[in-house]
Design a protein around this ligand. Structure first.
Ligand code: ASP
Length: 439
């Protein structure tokens, strides 16, 4: 029998009605054995996620404010779910214990983690599944990094004799016994970790959209969904801001060759998006898989006659960045020019220091920093084979009267990156999308 790990996001577990839908989805397929749950998300626009409420409770405690009334709101989120499901389940003891622990300085991560802990207890009870606490199966090292080896071993042991289980997402345990969370949205990572340990055939990640879209729907009207995307393509797209999945969530399953299927709780029969290592069996209809863009970049342009023959020039420039702990994004260069594309936020408060260090290091003829650059990535495994893709990208953008300030094509030919003025990003992105996707 197939073995699937299913992770449900906060929007899919926000209230009792959503719990019912989730239970139907799980029970519809016996292969859905291990369930990873997030904390209750927003029920309507303007509502607050339980995780945010827990962080707030913690801050209130630190400021010596009375948390009683506010904590009651969190309590009500859970008791509403339990009552709405008609469950005979008393979690008042758990809720009291957590409130006390927050008041007695159990830590910020502990407070935040209780959102998924309580939701998973309720879901396990409702489904009749075992509950496996993440604090017994997800481990961190002393330096706070994820401990893959111990987690894999302990998770495998815990799941070995269970037919079904619910595991809370987002947190694990430090060697000193304190609770630690992943970064926000980290239940996606837990899902991936469980899928690897359970040697799942598929990791289903259930959310409130029908998978990844070819472009940001706030910029392009009704972009098409992506049927299949490779891990590497997804990495390029999410780096540029396309977000359906936590960036780190692909790593555990990728190393185990387990595909991820992004699915929509509100439209369970829609195929969603498959994230796979090799997408040849999903022949893409379009040359590009997607296009995404991000604002907030700066370019340092350095010019010096005969730069190309000056040994060590590039290294000296990059040494200055390293000394200032600045990472760069792209490094397009010409014969006598070198440009370094950097997130503008990295330069804050350090511009003068960097300019003078670079002046000292390589004595350039000129060096300037220009801000206001947006980067745009056109991504697609199909681009390798298709001739003229770059020309089509440039024609689409220049057809809009937009100036291209930078071009970079990775050696993998998986993406073409272009830089445009921030104000032009939306129009450039829309033009590229419509160049490749004809309505
Ligand atoms: N509840 C956590 C958050 O809001 C983790 C998650 O949902 O994945 O970030």
């Amino acid at each position: 029998m197939q073995n699937k790990v299913v992770k449900f996001g906060g929007s899919s577990l926000a209230d009792a009605a959503h719990f019912r839908r989730v239970a139907q989805i799980i029970k519809a397929d016996p292969a859905r054995r291990f369930v990873v749950a997030s904390a209750p998300g927003k029920r309507f626009s303007g509502d607050e996620k339980v995780t945010d409420m827990l962080y707030r409770c913690y801050e209130m405690m630190r400021n010596r404010e009375d948390i009683t009334d506010f904590y009651q709101k969190i309590t009500t989120r859970y008791t509403d779910i339990i009552e709405g499901l008609g469950l005979d389940f008393d979690i008042s003891g758990e809720l009291d214990y957590i409130k006390n622990a927050i008041l007695h300085h159990s830590g910020r991560d502990f407070a935040a983690s209780r959102g998924e802990y309580l939701n998973s207890l309720i879901l396990a009870k409702y489904l009749g599944f075992d509950f496996v606490d993440a604090e017994n199966v997800v481990y961190f090292k002393d330096d706070g990094s994820y401990d893959e080896e111990t987690t894999d071993r302990e998770m495998k042991k815990a799941l070995a004799n269970l037919k079904h289980a619910v595991i809370p997402g987002f947190y694990g345990i430090m060697p000193n016994g304190t609770i630690k969370t992943f970064s926000r949205g980290g239940s996606d990572i837990t899902g991936s970790i469980v899928a690897k340990a359970a040697e799942a055939d598929l990791y289903e990640n259930w959310t409130d959209v029908s998978g990844c879209l070819m472009a940001d729907p706030r910029i392009v009207k009704n972009p098409l969904p992506i049927k299949a995307v490779t891990y590497r393509e997804l990495r390029e797209l999410s780096y540029m801001g396309a977000s359906v999945l936590h960036e780190e969530a692909v790593f555990p399953v990728r190393s185990a060759g387990i595909p991820i299927n992004i699915k929509n709780t509100n439209d369970p029969l829609a195929p969603g998006t498959m994230i796979v290592a090799n997408a040849t069996e999903y022949d893409a209809k379009h040359i590009i898989t997607g296009v995404a863009g991000k604002k907030g970049f700066s370019v340092i342009t350095i010019e010096k006659d005969l730069m190309n023959s000056e040994i060590g020039f590039g290294r000296k420039v990059l040494d200055v960045l390293e000394d200032n702990e600045i990472s760069f994004e792209h490094l397009p260069s010409g014969i006598d020019t070198m440009s370094i594309v950097i997130a503008s936020s990295e330069l804050e408060g350090r511009r003068e220091r960097i300019l003078s260090s670079m002046n000292r290091a390589v004595k350039p003829d000129s060096i300037v920093i220009d801000d206001g650059l947006a980067l745009l990535a056109v991504v697609g495994r199909g681009m390798v084979k298709a001739k003229g893709t770059a020309a089509r990208v440039f024609d689409a953008v220049s057809g809009q009267g937009i100036n291209i300030r930078m071009i970079d094509q990775g050696s993998s030919e998986l993406s073409i990156i272009i830089g445009v003025e921030e104000n032009d990003l939306e129009r450039a992105l829309d033009a590229i999308y419509h160049e490749f996707v004809k309505d």
